[in-house]
Design a protein around this ligand. Structure first.
Ligand code: UDP
Ligand code: MG
Length: 322
């Protein structure tokens, strides 16, 4: 561990997964942006099991900069967990979370800090547009946020992402939540505290491609919905009730019809359709139960959130810079 006694004002937490070409440019913008505003900071890079040269790049960066540190996971644990690890490590009186692909401009951080000094504890960057995203992704994202907003336990401010500043109090609140299926945007909203948005323009990824393809985004969305809503569990009660009422109505109808007109057709199509339909409904509701049970199982196992393979301390000790 680092034994510098004076905690920095700001810890910047940066998850890194295969971002070799972005790290150097990021550092080159981050340091002047913060230094220019006279902010005492530390930066904590969390290498989320990168398979490219990100780790050696981080070693080089850290050895040249005493305010940089890095953790390296034993494998890829996902961005949400990487952020949790960064929060664990952060010692600052406030923590800034940002991506390592330069989509989150470091120059906005001084604005976050200004808001924080005004007393806000949860200062989130608010995208002015999602132009940087592909069309389909933008549509699905919007749909997902609408679902969460309508049915979830938390309401997510529009355009808010992981790029944000959290006061120490908010960070400690997050640290007390050790759930495995982490959906940070939900957790950030769940903890509350005095919050405010700071608009910023998302830049295009500096280099490389997004790690979130459609299946990964889907599973992320499912984590979000399942962690912050029990509607998928409860909705089946109502669906079941509606279907049963419909069944009763149908029974009454056929009873009256048989009494009045006698039996005509043998009813083969009705039978097949209703069997298929009701089996479908049953399988879906079983699947929903399964999703929640799998999540309970995951939490109950109580495994550590992540495993650290290597810690990289900042270069030469220089207390004046801390
Ligand atoms: N990331 C990570 N672990 C992963 C995937 C991504 O730490 O498994 C990091 C990645 O290096 C970047 C940030 O999370 O700093 C956002 O990832 P990306 O740019 O791929 O997502 P997008 O911007 O498309 O949402
Ligand atoms: Mg990105």
């Amino acid at each position: 561990m680092n034994d510098r006694t004076q905690p920095p004002d700001i810890s910047v937490v940066i998850p890194v997964f295969n971002e070799r070409a972005n790290l150097q440019p990021l550092a080159a913008r981050l340091v002047p942006a913060l230094e220019g505003a006279g902010i005492a900071f530390e930066a904590i890079f969390v290498d989320d099991g990168s398979q490219d040269e990100s780790l050696s790049e981080l070693r080089a960066l850290c050895s040249a900069e005493p305010r940089f540190r890095a953790l390296s996971f034993s494998r890829n644990f996902g961005k949400e967990v990487a952020i949790a690890a960064g929060l664990d490590e952060a010692r600052g009186r406030a923590v800034v979370i940002m991506d390592s692909d330069l989509q989150h401009p470091p120059e906005v951080i001084p604005q976050f800090i200004a808001r924080w000094r005004e007393g806000y504890k949860n200062v989130y960057g608010q995208r002015v547009d999602r132009a940087a995203d592909p069309k389909l992704r933008a549509i699905l994202t919007r749909l997902f946020y609408r679902i969460i907003d309508r049915f979830g336990d938390v309401s997510l401010p529009p355009g808010a992402g992981d790029f944000r500043l959290l006061d120490r109090q908010a960070v400690d609140a997050l640290l007390s939540m050790r759930e495995r299926a982490r959906f940070n945007k939900g957790l950030f909203a769940w903890i509350g505290f005095k919050s405010i948005g700071v608009p910023f323009e998302v830049e295009n990824r500096a280099s490389g491609a997004s790690k979130f393809n459609l299946p990964r985004l889907m599973s992320f969305a499912l984590d979000g919905i399942m962690s912050f809503s029990s509607i998928p569990l409860k909705v089946w009660t109502y669906v079941g009730l509606a279907i049963s009422c419909f069944g009763l109505g149908m029974a009454a109808y056929y009873w009256v019809r048989t009494m009045l007109f006698g039996v005509d057709t043998p009813g083969f199509p009705t039978l097949v359709v209703s069997i298929a339909f009701f089996s479908g409904v049953q399988l879906i509701s079983l699947g929903v139960l399964g999703e929640y049970i799998a999540r309970i199982f995951n939490e109950v196992k109580g495994r550590p959130l992540y495993l650290v393979a290597e810690r990289i301390e900042g270069g030469k000790r220089d207390d004046a810079a801390a």
